[in-house]
Design a protein around this ligand. Structure first.
Ligand code: SF4
Length: 297
């Protein structure tokens, strides 16, 4: 049995039928269960470690941000997911007392100004539950940004309704961070979903993962960045694919990544050009790949 089961909602399955690049992100392969390429282990950022200094299901790696785990489910199990080894056992906030403990933690840590509502995908929860999280943190004066981290605009765009967009926008603090990995994913439905968010006053950013076979040429990336910009999505980061077990087939070597970044930077303006970074365990920031000689573990 696959350790990270294949799962995709109807929309994602249909999109996979039309786009081979997207299908690579949807369908499992036998070799995923091997240990090759797993230098980081199943939990590279210590998200499952017991931390007595942190409330249940709240994670902190950087002083100005906290991540609150809201759901252990997604609309699809992306084959390249860094959290593939921990999603089904993730701690998530479920009770009023747990949420109150997270709010209290933020209250007592005045440097925190940005709360990431993640998981899993927060939009797998009903609207009322989403707003339970958003309102709790948006009410704090010290909080400038409540990030709703969701792949819904890409993999299940009908989840973004006018009603939900209006409620998220009303907080005036929500930013939506999503993930599109190739231009094929910018369908009419996806663009409509993003339009609802933007028209509700919500900035939308995209974190792309550099994936072999999906977007590993400058031409692929430029097509994606232009499509994102045209849909009013700010390309924000391109992440190196983390060396977690089971996703070796997606990894692009550092020199190729640098060449793609350079060619893109020479071809497109800054507003459409994201930062190419690596997320390295223990680092105090996302590290620009231009600073790396090799992927440091
Ligand atoms: S939506 Fe994000 S957290 Fe969920 S499986 Fe995909 S990459 Fe992982």
């Amino acid at each position: 049995m696959n350790e990270f089961p294949e799962y995709a909602c109807d929309y994602a399955r249909k999109l996979a039928g039309r786009s081979a690049r997207f299908a690579l992100q949807v369908f499992a392969r036998g070799e995923e269960n091997g240990r090759e390429g797993g230098e980081y282990g199943p939990d590279p950022f210590g998200e499952t470690l017991e931390r007595p200094d942190l409330p249940y299901a709240l994670k902190q790696r950087f002083p100005d941000r906290v991540l609150v785990m809201t759901s252990g489910r997604c609309f699809m199990n992306c084959r390249h997911c860094t959290r593939r080894g921990i999603l089904d056992s993730a701690q998530v906030v479920e009770t009023d007392a747990q949420l109150a403990a997270c709010v209290e933690f933020v209250n007592t840590h005045p440097l925190v100004r940005d709360v990431l509502l993640s998981g899993g995908d927060i939009l797998t929860l009903p609207d009322e539950r989403v707003m339970w999280f958003v309102d709790a943190f948006a009410a704090l004066d010290q909080i400038d940004i409540v990030r709703v981290c969701t792949r819904a605009p890409c993999v299940n765009p009908s989840r973004i309704t006018y009603e939900l967009a209006k409620r998220l926008g009303a907080s005036k603090k929500v930013w939506v961070n999503t993930q599109f990995n190739c231009a094929d994913e910018l369908t009419a439905e996806a663009k409509e979903a993003v339009g609802k968010l933007v028209e509700a006053g919500i900035p939308v950013g995209c974190q792309t993962v550099l994936l072999k076979g999906v977007n590993d040429t400058a031409e692929d990336m430029l097509r994606l960045f232009k499509a994102l910009s045209a849909a009013r999505i700010r390309p924000y980061y391109v992440f190196m694919c983390d060396p977690v077990a089971g996703i070796e087939r997606f990894r692009v070597d550092l020199e190729t990544a640098k060449a793609i970044e350079r060619q893109c930077a020479e071809s497109i303006g800054g507003l459409s050009m994201p930062r190419f970074v690596a997320d390295i365990p223990g680092s105090k920031r996302k590290v620009p790949i231009s600073e790396l000689r090799q992927m440091e573990v």
